[in-house]
Write a protein that binds this ligand. Structure first.
Ligand SMILES: [Cu+2]
Length: 657
């Protein structure tokens, strides 16, 4: 869901200066000029003119071999992948454009598919509906006459809910909210029972659903200090400054980021937002690959409330709206502290016109308490301070915020943290009639339970592409000979050989995790090198197999899926999730049951927030924080952070005393 406030902040800049010096790297995102060039070619060769919309324009990432063999300065063929549609008949096309030759290399008609929702449609729908006499009448009947206070929020449909007379159209359904005064929170005031069904291609109001007029309760949904009655802000907080007098310890060369022994490339696109490419760790002069590509490929947010107010509310925030399109500019001192480097993102509107999101990605170092420590009776305390490199971006999807942090540590650990914050969707009810599917958060106001399933696409390449995934589990042996006290604990590692075996669920009782191993590379101890996906924040879908919501998002039915690498397999719930009926992603690909042993594998990790709403989440929700880890397991021969020096002038007993 999407209220994209990003345009205003990004300004009129056209992003022409975003290209790093020199020739592009094969993984650099498209520049503004490249976006314009792709659009110009399609206008010229395929007649994509007025009356069309561009849903997405992004870099077609090259094959791994091209990336591996690239030498700086060598010209490369850049390709754009474009999805556009003709509004008149709703027909969608997927195109590929060779930017060097300025030619269309693929033009695929996609009948029956709906491209992603767009920022332009969201805004145009809000404006068009507010001009419609039927909308004005419905609002007036509810005592709302100042349309400037009204926000109409468009959501996408699932196929199973499309109203029949219009089920071949591009449809949106809309919620209505209003601000108590200019600058106040629209999500503080839901207009319960009023929804609109809209043909987005014609911007035509098809139906007004006007039910259940409920007397507005006396709620307090404001969070901006001047609007919170009687708020006395705390006065006992003194400044906490982060200083790095000699600057940061990372370097940025175009999109290439280096920090201590880590290196990676920053990527960005409309759908996944931030992408980490070619992540590697250098050891004794050897650059050791860990991941080819890390990103978020889907997010599924079913509201678990079957009442008519919420039963359509299953958002696919990646596939419908795009984490990139929803990315907001970051601000120094608020979102990030310390010595910060930012990267801008270049995206485009539905006319194909590029625009820039300033400070879309933040890169900085953080102190992270103790890295390792021991106190010895003779030599005293030996302590190392930990630091981590954080690459992050924030998205605002209408009422909700998602903050994504990829963190690299000095001991080879990788942590992916997501924080959810923002404003919960709420609904009013008549006294004594609160539905059981949510929590009371304010007077006659409840926030429905819902879930946020995030699907991380983890293309790991542990010391190369030939990897095997093992389910790694602990087993306690029964009491018996050799184990009289029942203490024996062994570790079982089961190779996942096929895609069917690669469908894995979390198991608390065995502490199941998944180890990605390269059998062809041994560490100094003679064992194959590996990294372990240490699960966190996983929970079952809790959806009946017959549920059409689960059928659209079968990917959330397992904690982990493993597939052989295919660069065109990117979207775990399907490429076109707007108005989708079934999941054409992971379940369809894995139905072939391809081998996944000793080959280039991709892990799809499903985790998230099972959001049982609380009064404390209202009116603005303090962050809910979840994460998972990728940890080296025999990738190194010993603690790789032994070489981290003590902090200068501190922490070294011999010198300090
Ligand atoms: Cu939530």
């Amino acid at each position: 869901m999407a209220e994209p406030a990003v345009h205003g902040e990004s300004g009129p800049d056209d992003g022409a200066d975003d290209r790093p010096a020199g020739t592009p790297h094969p993984l650099d995102p498209l520049t503004a000029d490249e976006i314009r060039a792709a659009v110009a070619v399609l206008r010229r060769e395929r007649g994509v003119g007025d009356g069309w919309r561009f849903a997405s324009i992004e870099l077609r990432e090259p094959a791994k071999a091209v990336v591996r063999d690239f030498t700086p300065g060598t010209p490369i063929e850049r390709e754009a992948e474009v999805i556009c549609w003709r509004c008149e008949d709703g027909q969608a096309y997927k195109a590929r454009v060779a930017l060097g030759e300025q030619s269309v290399t693929a033009w695929e008609h996609r009948p029956g598919e709906q491209p992603n929702m767009t920022v332009d449609e969201f805004h145009e729908c809000n404006v068009a509906l507010k001009e419609d006499p039927r909308v004005i009448e419905a609002l007036t009947a509810r005592g709302i006459t100042d349309l400037d206070t009204v926000l109409i929020d468009t959501w996408a449909y699932g196929a199973h809910l499309l109203p029949e007379p219009y089920d071949d159209r591009r449809l949106g359904w809309a919620d209505v909210w209003y601000r108590a005064e200019p600058g106040a929170n629209p999500y503080a005031h839901p207009v319960t029972g009023l929804h609109f069904i809209v043909d987005l291609n014609r911007m035509e109001l098809l139906e007004v659903e006007d039910e259940r007029r409920i007397d507005e309760p006396d709620t307090m949904g404001e969070y901006i200090p001047r609007l919170v009655p009687g708020l006395r802000q705390r006065e006992d907080i003194r400044p906490l400054e982060i200083t790095q007098p000699e600057g940061a310890s990372f370097s940025l060369d175009g999109n290439l980021l280096r920090w201590q022994k880590w290196s990676l490339r920053i990527g960005f696109n409309h759908r996944e937002g931030l992408v980490l490419h070619t992540l590697a760790y250098e050891e004794d002069g050897r650059v050791r690959p860990v991941a080819h590509r890390l990103s978020f490929a889907e997010m599924v947010v079913p509201y678990r409330d079957p009442t008519p107010e919420h039963d359509r509310r299953t958002a696919f925030d990646v596939g419908e709206w795009g984490l990139g399109f929803m990315t907001t500019s970051l601000e120094l001192g608020c979102d990030c502290l310390g010595e910060i480097a930012y990267r801008d993102a270049v995206l485009h509107d539905t006319r194909g016109e590029p625009y820039v999101i300033r400070n879309a990605v933040c890169i900085h170092e953080e102190d992270d308490a103790v890295l390792w420590k021991h106190v010895d009776a003779e030599s005293g305390a030996e302590t190392r301070r930990a630091r981590r490199l954080v690459v992050s971006f924030h998205v605002t999807v209408a009422n909700y915020e998602y903050l994504v942090y990829w963190r690299l540590y000095q001991d080879g650990n990788i942590e992916c943290e997501v924080r959810a914050t923002g404003i919960m969707v709420t609904t009013h009810f008549t006294e004594g009639e609160q539905p059981p599917y949510g929590t009371l958060v304010d007077e006659r106001t409840y926030a429905p339970y819902h879930q946020h399933f995030l699907i991380a696409r983890l293309d790991l390449d542990i010391d190369g592409e030939a990897n095997t995934v093992y389910a790694s589990e602990s087993e306690a042996l029964p009491v018996g000979p050799g184990n009289p006290h029942g203490l024996a604990l062994v570790q079982r590692n089961t190779p996942l050989r096929t895609e069917q075996e690669g469908k894995q669920d979390y198991d608390w009782s065995t502490q199941r995790g998944w180890k990605v191993v390269n059998e062809r590379v041994a560490n100094g101890l003679g064992s194959p090198v590996g990294y372990k996906l240490v699960p966190g924040a996983c929970f079952p879908a809790m959806l009946d197999p017959a549920s059409p919501v689960l059928q659209r998002a079968e990917a959330i039915a397992h904690t982990l899926w493993v597939t052989p690498f295919d660069r065109d397999e990117r979207w775990p719930c399907g490429e076109f999730v707007v108005q989708s009926g079934g999941d054409l992603g992971l379940p369809a690909w894995t139905a072939r049951d391809r081998p996944i042993e000793d080959t280039d594998v991709v892990l799809w990790y499903v985790f998230g927030i099972h959001h049982i709403t609380r009064p404390e989440d209202w009116p603005v929700m303090p962050v809910d924080t979840i994460s998972f880890w990728l940890k080296p397991v025999g990738f190194f021969d010993r603690n790789p952070a032994l070489d981290v020096p003590p902090a200068p002038r501190h922490c070294h007993p011999q010198e300090a005393r």
